[in-house]
Write a protein that binds this ligand. Structure first.
Ligand code: SRM
Ligand code: SF4
Length: 549
């Protein structure tokens, strides 16, 4: 089989420049050239169009309403107050107003017109934010457990997210030249030993979990890093590889997979080890079929032992046996917490990660007012929520008043566990791959599920419900106790039986069903669960014990 088209585009891109500059200058279309559509991803952007308006535009013989989505590179998911103000400004001036918190601890802005991309990137640059390598066949945003309670270790572990992100950044200056009008640098300084002119065969993702928390869903990543501590000191990491969710309907060769643990490395060996894993994937990954190009398939093709010894050979570091750790909590710890430095944190519920204002809650106004005080920072979680963080005790009342005034505390406290812990991907109207709704539909479906939960006295039950608009799995639905994966408009495959902490995948329960059948099925299942579950038995474990899947 010949190499995929994207491989050719990468190689001929002149270090990711392509013809992006020319595409931007073309005023006859809101689109960019086809090859540039692949390259712009490496700069953290996607060309999209408003799918709700396709028919209307076609009837008027207008081209699709093209716009761009920008995703920030934000290792560990932290924004200062000043950076939030810049983000807010961009979302008011250049993009759709919703600030979307993603399942990888960063933010996306949608609906940016072609001529507004440069001003957007320039505004971000003034506050030291960029979108380099937030998408594309490179290492993506490195995520790390967000829970501030563990701050004694958090800062040190968090620094590894930053270091890994830096280590695996492409060396090209293209981003600065194209978007920020910076001078060219000498080709020598652009020589890229890691990516060469090929980059990776596919996207590459790293997560760091700090046990007992697994809010990052560490096993869903190409590289799973689990911090190991002894006597409250970080000693090293268990390292796993080969996680990934993406599936293609009808392609039996594709499957979700959890990362397999390779072993333990000391903390000063982590960077070398991850770098070696990345080069093995670069050299052994499938460059012909992009559907089979992720590290999970490389590992399954090579065999885990061969993959491990190739990694050891390249890093010069032998994996020690995996060290004991326990993951217990995957959801966010809502409400107020104080850390060892006496700083306060408030974790607010942001339904499906959409920071916006409505009659019920004014999240965007609240966070803007908080940012204006300069007395807090913002941390994103992989459950698409936000932690208002690092608040001095003397400033807590002021921040609390802003949260109260805009109904954030009321909404966070009122949400049932099923609603608070639910995750939905973007899907329609911007995602070109969506087959069904997700973030625009899940909140109303949960309302109907809540009625059933209430009927069977399960309102306080921790239950992970996740929905995606297609099988790519951006909301990690294959790790949910109840997962919905879109198959067509209004239709979903329903999955059951994952555990509550992200160590077991679920299995298909029903295919291609509509809302009525979803609710009927859940009514039967939850009634049964309520009557027959063991003490503290999670729903995912119950359906397995009962052989329901
Ligand atoms: Fe994703 C593609 C949104 C996390 C697996 N994902 C897309 C695109 C860019 C569609 C596209 O290719 O044109 C979606 C843009 C929608 C839009 O309009 O904004 C998109 N993915 C998202 C986000 C925003 C979902 C969300 O609602 O939060 C998440 C952004 C994360 C980030 O900040 O970097 C997001 N995507 C994930 C995750 C979850 C994770 O990484 O923990 C996964 C599953 C894990 C994995 O990678 O296997 C995921 N996205 C995919 C895939 C399938 C990849 C595969 O191996 O098959 C695609 C399709 C592709 O790459 O071809 C995809
Ligand atoms: Fe789009 Fe599918 Fe990802 Fe949802 S899961 S954002 S529909 S690619």
């Amino acid at each position: 089989m010949a190499e995929s088209v994207v491989e050719k585009i990468k190689k001929e891109s002149n270090s990711l420049r392509g013809t992006l500059k020319e595409s931007l200058l073309d005023e006859h279309t809101g689109a960019i050239r086809e090859s540039d559509q692949a390259l712009i991803k490496f700069h953290g952007m996607y060309m999209q169009d408003d799918r709700d308006r396709r028919e209307e535009r076609a009837a008027k013989r207008l081209e699709r309403l093209y716009s761009y989505m920008i995703r920030l590179r934000l290792p560990g998911g932290l924004l200062s107050a000043q950076q939030w103000l810049a983000l807010h400004e961009v979302s008011e001036q250049y993009s759709s107003p919703v600030i979307k918190i993603t399942t990888r601890q960063t933010i996306q802005l949608h609906g940016i017109l072609k001529h507004d991309i440069k001003p957007t990137i320039k505004t971000f640059d003034t506050v030291k934010l960029d979108s380099i390598a937030a998408c594309g066949d490179v290492n993506r945003n490195v995520i790390a457990s967000a829970h501030p309670r563990f701050s004694v270790l958090h800062e040190e572990i968090f620094s590894y997210a930053e270091r890994l992100s830096k280590l695996l950044l492409p060396k090209t200056n293209a981003y600065y030249e194209i978007w920020l009008d910076k001078e060219k640098i000498s080709p020598d300084r652009e020589r890229d030993e890691l990516y060469q002119d090929r980059y990776f065969p596919r996207k590459f993702k790293i997560a760091i979990a700090i046990p007992p928390y697994n809010d990052v869903d560490v096993f869903a990543n190409d590289v799973a890093v689990i911090a190991i501590t002894e006597k409250n000191k970080l000693i090293g990491f268990n390292v796993g590889a080969g996680g990934g969710m993406g599936v293609t309907h009808g392609n039996e060769a594709t499957y979700p997979r959890l990362a397999s643990i390779l072993g333990f490395v000391k903390k000063d060996e982590l960077l070398k080890t991850v770098y070696a894993i990345a080069t093995v994937q670069r050299d052994f990954g499938d460059r012909n079929d992009r559907k089979l190009a992720r590290l999970k398939y490389t590992i399954d093709r090579m065999g885990i032992d061969a993959f491990k010894s190739e990694t050891e050979k390249r890093s010069g570091i032998k994996f020690l046996p995996e060290k004991y750790y326990e993951l217990k909590i995957r959801h966010d710890e809502y409400g107020w917490h104080q850390n060892h430095e006496k700083l306060f944190y408030y974790t607010a519920f942001v339904e499906t990660g959409r920071v916006c204002d409505d009659d019920n809650v004014q999240l965007k106004k609240a966070f803007y007012e908080i940012a204006k005080t300069g007395k807090a920072q913002f941390r994103f979680t992989c459950n698409q929520n936000i932690i208002i963080s690092d608040i001095l005790p003397e400033d807590k009342n002021e921040i609390e008043n802003i949260l109260q005034w805009h109904n954030v505390i009321k909404v966070t406290e009122a949400a049932t566990p099923a609603r608070r812990d639910a995750v939905a991907c973007v899907a329609l109207n911007t995602c070109p791959l969506a087959l069904a709704e997700a973030q625009r539909y899940l909140p109303s479906l949960i309302g109907k599920i809540e009625i059933i939960l209430n009927k069977y006295n399960l309102s306080n039950e921790d239950l992970s419900i996740r929905m995606t608009g297609c099988p790519n799995g951006c909301g990690r639905p294959y790790m949910a106790e109840i997962g919905f994966v879109g198959t067509a408009y209004g239709r979903y495959n329903m999955y059951l039986g994952a555990d509550a902490i992200g160590k077991r995948l679920n299995k298909i329960y029903k295919q291609n069903i509509e809302e009525e059948e979803i609710l009927e099925s859940l009514d039967v299942l939850l009634k049964d669960f309520s009557g027959n579950k063991n003490f503290n038995e999670p729903f995912g474990d119950y359906v397995l014990r009962k052989n329901i899947v």
